[in-house]
Design a protein around this ligand. Structure first.
Ligand code: GAL
Length: 379
């Protein structure tokens, strides 16, 4: 009898647990952290540092009120990308100062963190809307930490590139037509001929608008900020200063009048690949993609990278980041959010392998997959 019990015990201890839910990605399912709680890192980004991945994202709370920031930026760590350990709140909103930029109930979205090797600082950028401004603030926020998981201290928020013209502005775009100069477009769509409004000129002195955003560090250590600008009509790519804390004044207008949001970018074989979305709030729409040989363009649109069922709504999600998988060639994970604005905390994560097919990039739905797809892709 004893022998049988020992044998059974041996079997349970030694066989791989078929119930470990996390030896694969299951896009759209609940994804529990090491405490058994659904990961709370929406609109996020991932930094690889010293042998571990760190996933930063918006901490949401229950209900519709959860679409505003009541807590801050949550961070998790992992060494295998399947199992995530809760590392707590990296950047907290401010509860007891009603004049602070980051006061409770501001909107703090799409945080991304990069590491500056010269200053040895971790630098976080995010989209900030002051409390109660209904997305009219359109500023970039910056916070820093000396330890990857924080705590991050808030540095400041601002609108990009005040007093600087983009590299590719044309002379006739430097004057904003009088009748549109002070126009507030909040709550309404822009007039048809968006390009004629010269919104970049309107915002020249005070700085450009910045909403959905991401960061990218190139091989030479230069960092770039990509954000939806000009009332969301045009994306800007801005080079940051060497300390990553500000704008260098060098920037490009791209996809003008295309209303692209949710920017994500990666580099493969010397080419830059971009994925973004259209502009329909929390509701999903068809993703867009583009490629360029230089970050300064020209950028060539490649169309919707999604194929198959629900491709026209990006599998019910919106892009947020493209993650290079460490130690594997050409291995990138497309990360997106399936928003649930009526109960913000329940938002799901859609992670899919990015497929390079000839000149195009593609995304195909998979109910379940693991990192071995990348080995197969490169065989
Ligand atoms: C989306 C954007 C989200 C959030 C939302 C608010 O278009 O990508 O980050 O800002 O609008 O409606």
């Amino acid at each position: 009898m004893k022998k049988i019990i020992l044998l059974v015990l041996f079997f349970f201890v030694c066989s791989p647990s078929p119930s470990d839910p996390y030896s694969a990605f299951r896009p759209g399912e609940l994804w529990l952290d090491d405490n058994g709680v659904h990961i709370n890192a929406h609109g996020g980004g991932i930094l690889w540092h010293d042998g571990a991945y760190y996933w930063f994202g918006e901490h949401k709370i229950e209900g519709r009120k959860g679409n505003a920031a009541w807590v801050g930026v949550h961070v998790y760590s992992s060494t295998d990308l399947y199992h995530w350990r809760d590392e707590g709140i990296a950047l907290s909103v401010i509860k007891d100062d009603t004049t602070h930029d980051l006061r409770e109930e501001c909107v703090l979205e799409r945080p991304k963190v990069i590491y500056n090797a010269s200053t040895k600082q971790f630098v976080m950028w995010f989209h900030l809307e002051f409390k109660g401004t209904n997305y009219r603030t359109a500023r970039s926020g910056v916070a820093v930490a000396s330890h990857v998981t924080g705590p991050y201290s808030y540095v400041r928020s601002f609108r990009p590139n005040a007093g600087f013209w983009p590299k590719n502005i044309e002379e006739q775009q430097k004057e904003a037509p009088e009748k549109y100069r002070d126009h507030d477009y909040s709550g309404g769509s822009l007039p048809d001929e968006t390009e004629k409004l010269n919104i970049c000129a309107r915002d020249f002195a005070g700085g450009q608008m910045a909403r959905d955003q991401t960061l990218f560090v190139d091989d030479d250590g230069s960092a770039y900020h990509l954000y939806a600008s000009e009332e969301n009509s045009t994306l800007h790519i801005s080079k940051l200063t060497d300390d990553y804390l500000s704008y260098s004044g060098e920037y490009l207008r791209v996809f003008s009048g295309r209303f692209m949001e949710a920017p994500a970018i990666c580099k493969r074989d010397g080419k830059y690949y971009f994925i973004g979305s259209g502009c329909t709030g929390w509701a999903p729409n068809a993703a867009r993609s583009a490629v360029a040989e230089s970050i300064w363009g020209p950028w060539r649109e490649l169309g919707n990278p999604c194929v198959g069922e629900s491709a026209e709504v990006t599998f019910h999600s919106q892009s947020t980041f493209i993650l290079p998988v460490q130690g594997k060639r050409d291995a990138f994970i497309f990360m997106a959010d399936r928003w649930t604005p009526d109960n913000a905390i329940d938002g799901r994560y859609i992670w899919l392998p990015l497929l390079f097919r000839g000149d195009r990039i593609e995304l195909e739905w998979l109910d379940e997959w693991d990192l071995s797809v990348f080995s197969r892709q490169n065989e």
